[in-house]
Structures are given as structure tokens and as C-alpha cells.
Design a protein around this ligand. Structure first.
Ligand code: GLN
Length: 193
């Protein structure tokens, strides 16, 4: 299995480490040709407005859009902002593939970033509590009819998914363990069955 990691900017290395610990190959994606032969794609955290500029500069927009419409993808924090249907505070262009509305920096500024041990993860009916690292995270303010909530914090959605796409406002690559990276790989296997 080959997992691409959008590597224009942001938290690329921590995802590479997680997948390598799971024995999964990763490919850094900077140009449209890098999207060939991928089974799934990570859009990592970072700064979504900067990523938008680099997507245009690298002429990646339309191929990336086609990829995430047809193949499994996981947007994390800034990556979630990039794939959301609509983006507020401030408004910003997005790829619009995951039917959610997000509000940028809704938990506050850098100093308000926090770690909680109270995430509730519903893994296909099996519930567990996990750590969540929130760094200038967006809030998910609306969820479309075909989107379900997989993880909550204070009863608010912080990880959601559609048939093909996963989006989380927290950073699982910053926590110990592989629970969410495994979940993404299992989702890909399930899609390919
Ligand atoms: N606040 C950033 C943005 O709006 C996202 C932060 C992150 O990815 N950790 O793009």
C-alpha cells in the first residue's frame, strides 16, 4: 500500500514516521505526477492559507481535487480546512469535497492550543477514550447528511467521515500510538474490498 502525504508545507514527517512504524510506504506529494499509484492521501496540518497558495503555484489544484473525489483521503486540521465544503473566519477557498463547514482557529490562538485525554472514539461501535492534540484547530460547525461523526470532544465532532474521506481537527500524528493511522488504513482496505 502507498500512502501519499501532501508535502507542500506543515506536519509531514510525523505522518511518515507513523506509517513507517506500521510498515506502510509513504510518498511525498508535491506535483500532480506524485498522485499516481497512491492508495490514499494525507493532507496534513500546517497553515491552510499558505497551502492554498502553494497548491496554485504547483498547479496541483485540479488533480488533487480529482484524487480526493475518487480515492480515500484524510485531512488533518489545515488539511481538513482544505477539503471542507465551506470555510469561515475568515472565509477561504477550499476543495469542497467533504460536506462540512469549518471555522478556522475557533479554539483560539497558538497559546490556546491544548492536549486533552477526553476524546471519545467510536470505532464501528467500539468506544474508547484517546488523547487529542489541538493546535490552532478549526471547529466543525455543520455536518452533511452523508457524513458521520467518529470522534467527539465535549460532545462536539472532531473527526468525521464520508464514504471516502476522513477529516479531523486534532493531530493524531502528535500523540503516542497508531490508533487513528490504523483506522485510516482499515478504511482504505474496506473501500478496496
Ligand atoms: N490554523 C491553521 C489554519 O487555519 C490550522 C492549524 C493546524 O493545522 N494545526 O490553517
Amino acid at each position: 500500500m502507498n500512502i501519499g502525504i501532501l508535502a507542500l508545507q506543515g506536519a509531514v514527517q510525523d505522518h511518515k514516521n507513523k506509517f513507517s512504524e506500521l510498515g506502510t510506504n509513504t510518498i511525498e506529494v508535491r506535483r500532480s505526477g506524485d498522485l499516481l499509484n497512491l492508495d490514499g492521501l494525507i493532507l496534513p496540518g500546517g497553515e491552510s492559507s499558505t497551502m492554498l497558495k502553494l497548491l496554485n503555484k504547483n498547479e496541483l489544484w485540479s488533480e488533487l481535487h480529482s484524487f480526493i473525489k475518487t480515492k480515500p483521503s484524510w485531512g488533518i486540521c489545515a488539511g481538513l480546512i482544505l477539503i471542507a465544503k465551506s470555510v469561515h473566519s475568515p472565509q477561504q477557498k477550499s476543495l469542497g469535497v467533504l460536506d462540512v463547514d469549518v471555522e478556522r482557529n475557533a479554539y483560539g490562538r497558538q497559546l490556546d492550543s491544548f492536549i486533552t485525554n477526553d476524546l471519545v472514539f467510536n470505532n464501528n461501535g467500539k468506544q474508547s477514550t484517546t488523547e487529542g492534540v489541538f493546535i490552532r484547530a478549526p471547529k466543525i460547525n455543520r455536518i452533511g447528511a452523508d457524513v458521520k461523526t467518529t470522534v467527539t470532544h465535549d460532545n462536539q465532532p472532531v473527526m468525521v467521515e464520508s464514504n471516502l474521506t476522513l477529516g479531523s481537527s486534532f493531530h493524531p500524528e502528535r500523540s503516542e500510538g497508531h490508533i487513528y493511522h490504523k483506522y485510516f488504513l482499515e478504511k482504505i482496505r474496506h473501500i478496496n474490498e
